[in-house]
Design a protein around this ligand. Structure first.
Ligand code: CTP
Ligand code: MG
Length: 227
């Protein structure tokens, strides 16, 4: 069976609001509502685990879970200090018969049903799959004084999004090893790459943005309005 872990236990510091950004509303509903709904409505997802901050549990239950009544049972895990710690706590709650797990940012509410299906299909064969898009800007590598050091070829550069999807045994092994080695990566794929697995990049969507700073809220509202 296929599981989804949605991580929503960050602080949203770059958003500069007094609430966790996933509880900000876009067109009358909270960001996290849209994210959970995408996986709730997808017929290939059998299990959903949402990772939240322990001190936001009551808020999450009364304002999201009890309010929107999703059709699937939603399991709750508690977040940790870094995103990686939150994912790890989610992995520990996976059912024993879970074969594929999609790890997704709570702050990416515009993930489409089609991409979720594509990711699951590809993961069966490729074992480790991430979604991303080719970068539009030329990317510069700079030194500590912000002088340009190098310009990598743009046609090989992608920005990576979520879902990042894996055979459960692979991601669990990689995460266990990372904690043994005290290694922290900035995404899930990095951890799997580190232990020698090949990761397949799948073209996602430029709409699958992560709500990070204030202007993303305007872009997000516009994406919803056009649907
Ligand atoms: N996340 C998490 N646990 C953490 C840190 C992040 O579950 N300790 C989640 C966030 O809730 C978010 C996703 O990981 O859905 C992507 O992280 P990011 O966009 O960086 O969110 P925040 O860490 O909340 O934002 P910021 O970095 O601006 O503080
Ligand atoms: Mg963060």
């Amino acid at each position: 069976m296929n599981s989804a872990i949605i991580v929503a236990a960050g602080k949203g510091k770059r958003m500069n609001k007094d609430i966790n950004k996933q509880y900000i509303k876009l067109m009358d509903k909270e960001i996290i509502y849209y994210t959970i709904s995408a996986f709730d409505n997808n017929t290939n997802i059998n299990e959903i685990i949402v990772v939240i901050s322990k001190d936001e549990e009551e808020y999450f239950k009364s304002n999201i879970l009890n309010k929107y009544k999703f059709s699937k049972n939603i399991k709750i895990a508690y977040g940790g200090k870094e995103r990686q710690d939150s994912v790890y706590n989610g992995l520990k709650l996976l059912s024993d018969n879970s074969e594929i797990v999609l790890i997704h940012d709570g702050a990416r509410p515009f993930i489409s049903d089609n991409i979720i299906n594509d990711v699951i299909r590809e993961t069966k064969d490729k074992k480790a799959v991430v979604v991303g898009v080719p970068v539009k800007d030329t990317i510069k590598i700079v030194d500590e004084n912000e002088y340009v050091k190098d310009t990598p070829h743009r046609n090989l550069l992608w920005s990576v999004q979520t879902p990042q999807s894996f055979h459960v045994n692979i991601i669990k092994e990689a995460y266990n090893n990372a904690y043994k080695d005290n290694y922290y990566g900035t995404d899930d794929s990095m951890i799997v790459e580190r232990y020698g697995y090949k990761v397949k990049m799948l073209f996602g969507s430029y709409e699958n943005i992560k709500i990070t700073t204030g202007e993303d809220l305007y872009i997000g509202e516009e994406i919803l309005r056009r649907r």
